[in-house]
Design a protein around this ligand. Structure first.
Ligand SMILES: [Zn+2]
Length: 114
């Protein structure tokens, strides 16, 4: 078991990162050694950045949704009864219009085709 103990107590090694050059690798466990710290930091930073971007995007979308809602006249926000009332006159007007059957539309709304 002495060789295992030696392995666990391995001293940091100088290793080489393709991106950052030499770095000190620390023995973690078994055959696992720490990777280039700068690479790890960059990876973590990019993850944090991505998460921050997502958060900012979510906040912007919420704000835009709120702004979009603010652009709608108040009477249309959460007041379905008013909304319904606003539609009703149109519906009534539509009902009072001549019924647009083919015969009536040609006689009343369009010049009779010769
Ligand atoms: Zn690196």
């Amino acid at each position: 078991m002495d060789h295992l103990r030696n392995h666990v107590a391995a001293m940091p090694e100088r290793r080489y990162c393709d991106t950052h050059g030499e770095y000190q690798s620390h023995h973690l466990i078994g055959s696992v050694w720490s990777k280039c710290r700068k690479c790890e930091e960059e990876r973590r930073a990019s993850e944090l950045q991505a998460e921050a971007d997502r958060t900012v995007k979510a906040i912007r979308e919420k704000q835009q949704a709120r702004l979009g809602q603010a652009a709608i006249p108040k009477r249309f926000i959460g007041r379905t009864f008013d909304n319904f009332e606003a539609v009703t006159p149109n519906q009534r007007a539509a009902l009072t219009l001549p019924v647009s059957t083919p015969s009536s539309s040609t006689s009343m709304q369009q010049p009779v085709r010769g």
